[in-house]
Design a protein around this ligand. Structure first.
Ligand code: NAD
Length: 517
């Protein structure tokens, strides 16, 4: 394992930036390097070193050493928050550059990359810094008088936390996995998806420059089963926070049982988006498009099942299709672009496979249904925004997460039926209700089985609210007022103040103490 320590995470290699792993505060090159490919152009954005299992072991060993040393966990919370503040200041200086890198790495339009690739990470880091300052790290428990004792409840770090990050929102999810863990005094090994490693590695330099001890934050880049798998099985890892598909989440949960690791799982979704007959139709049409089309549908909380009352179905669909036709798909770096590319060939082919399945199941494509044509789309991986009508909730396109720009429209005839269809899924991440009657919408929202429910909105993931799934969309929560709870463990300490052995419970074992002679 060769380690070098230049200032920046990337070095120039034949005119292309080359990123290395970040282990124990240094950049580590490996024998294998792969290109990070722009989904819109198929050009190499950067290259990145890929880890072997020995690198995972080295990263965990560094994180474990720092945890044991106490250098970070004993740093006062206000100083830990100050480290996060310095990262925020440094990212703020580089917003434009990081947004472009994010757009090139993920295929998101620049507008979206600016918001989700940089803006949200900044805001969410600010939330974690604030929580770190106000969190009740230690509070008093009961003081008892019968046998005089005092007690405390302490929130302590868990130890080495593994964060596993998918490719769809790599910067934001890298922040969710690492910053609250570090804020709580843990050490971190992050595994990023090898297709989208840039922000997590940049964060290594930012945290180091902000004063985080070497080894407290480490990044390995590599494939899921070997590199992610090694991390999840590693006996010194105490907690795994995983974001990805439900299928992989199940494997992670099973593997984490080996040494009873804590797990936070943020998994897939099939969000129902219910329009009521009294909705503001302009708002609901735009909102329904936003719900399924953000990042070309590659968002776990997307609203991919649109539930329309039969009475307004045809009118609503006509308006939705008309509005969709005004959107511009193409070059993510063009500020006028609304819809970008999908991640890679495998993802495109998977989405197209679902579109074929939808047709075969008897649903009707009312717009889209294939790959857009024209010179802009000769390179890269593209799928047209696609809307199916005539969908029933038993079809694969209504049940399975497609993770692409595909909307399934379902009809309903009563509110009860809408709620039943909405909840008839193994997923439970997100849902929305559109109505002019807030009380009516709220009554429905209460009955929806989902971790996030929006009324007259979608994708509004607030740092002030917990985010996570019901049912097979996951377990545990990110963000919200209790975000640090996931990364701490409670310790109760009792101090006997009585000075009177005879009053304690020792007699349960020792019987009546012999009289003093
Ligand atoms: P994925 O499950 O294939 O991979 C996610 C991450 O896990 C990647 O880094 C991958 O390398 C790693 N991985 C794969 N197999 C592993 C294993 N056996 N052990 C450990 N790690 C392993 O998912 P994906 O295709 O990268 O991402 C898309 C999925 O993520 C979708 O299902 C989407 O809904 C979900 N997602 C959920 C949220 C959420 O917050 N709920 C957010 C974003 C994405």
């Amino acid at each position: 394992m060769t380690a070098v320590l230049p200032e920046t995470p990337a070095v120039d290699r034949d005119g292309v930036p080359h990123y290395r792993l970040f282990i124990d505060g240094v950049w580590v090159d490996t024998d294998t390097s792969i290109p990070v490919v722009d989904p819109a152009t198929e050009e190499t954005v950067v290259t990145v070193a890929v880890a072997a299992t020995e690198h995972v072991d080295a990263a965990v060993a560094a994180a474990e050493r720092v945890h044991e040393s106490g250098i970070w966990r004993n740093t006062p919370p206000a100083e830990r928050a100050a480290v996060i503040d310095r990262v925020i200041a440094a990212v703020s200086m580089r917003m434009d550059e990081l947004a472009v890198l994010s757009a090139k790495e993920t295929g998101m339009p620049l507008r979206v990359a600016g918001a989700i690739g940089v803006g949200f990470p900044l805001v969410h880091m600010g939330h974690y810094a604030q929580l770190t300052r106000t969190y009740e790290w230690e509070r008093s428990g009961p003081v008892t008088g019968q046998v005089l004792s005092a007690s405390f409840i302490r929130k302590e770090p868990v130890g080495v936390c593994a964060g596993i990050v998918p490719w769809n929102f790599p910067a934001l999810i890298a922040v969710w996995k690492s910053i609250p863990a570090l804020a709580a005094g843990n050490t971190v090994v992050l595994k990023t998806d090898e297709k989208t490693p840039i922000f997590a590695l940049e964060l290594g330099a930012l945290l180091r420059d902000a004063g985080l001890p070497d080894g407290a934050y480490n990044v390995v880049v590599g494939d899921g089963p070997n590199i992610g798998g090694r991390l999840v099985e590693h006996p010194d890892v105490r907690l795994v926070s995983f974001t990805g598909s439900t299928a992989t989440g199940r494997q992670v949960m099973a593997a984490a049982a080996s040494n009873v690791k804590r797990v936070v799982l943020e998994l897939g979704g099939k969000g129902p988006n219910i329009v009521l007959d009294d909705a503001d139709l302009d708002a609901a049409v735009d909102g329904s498009i936003y719900a399924f089309l953000l990042h070309a549908g590659q968002a776990c909380e997307s609203g991919t099942r649109l539930l329309l009352p039969s009475a307004i179905h045809d009118r609503f669909v006509a308006r939705l299709v008309k509005r969709l036709r005004t959107l511009k798909q193409g070059d993510p770096l063009d500020p006028a672009t609304d819809i970008g590319a999908v991640m890679n060939k495998a993802q495109r082919d998977r989405i197209l496979g679902y579109i074929e399945k939808g047709k075969a199941e008897g649903a009707t494509v009312v717009v889209g249904g294939g790959v857009p044509t024209g010179p802009e789309f000769e390179k890269g991986f593209w799928v047209e925004p696609t809307v199916f009508t005539g969908v029933t909730n038993d079809m694969a396109i209504a049940r399975e997460e497609i993770f692409g720009p595909v909307l399934a429209v379902l009809k309903y005839d009563s509110t009860e039926e809408a709620i039943k269809i909405a909840n008839d899924t193994e997923y439970g991440l997100s849902a929305a209700v559109w109505s002019r009657d807030n009380q009516r919408a709220l009554d429905i929202a209460r009955q929806l089985e989902a971790g996030s429910v929006w009324i007259n909105d979608f994708h509004n993931i607030s740092q002030y609210l917990p985010f996570g799934g019901f049912k097979q969309s996951g377990t545990g929560r990110e963000l919200g007022p209790d975000a640090l709870d996931e990364f701490t463990q409670d310790k109760g300490i009792t101090v006997d103040l009585s000075g009177d052995v005879s009053r304690r419970a020792y007699g349960l074992v020792l019987g009546t103490p012999p009289s003093a002679e």
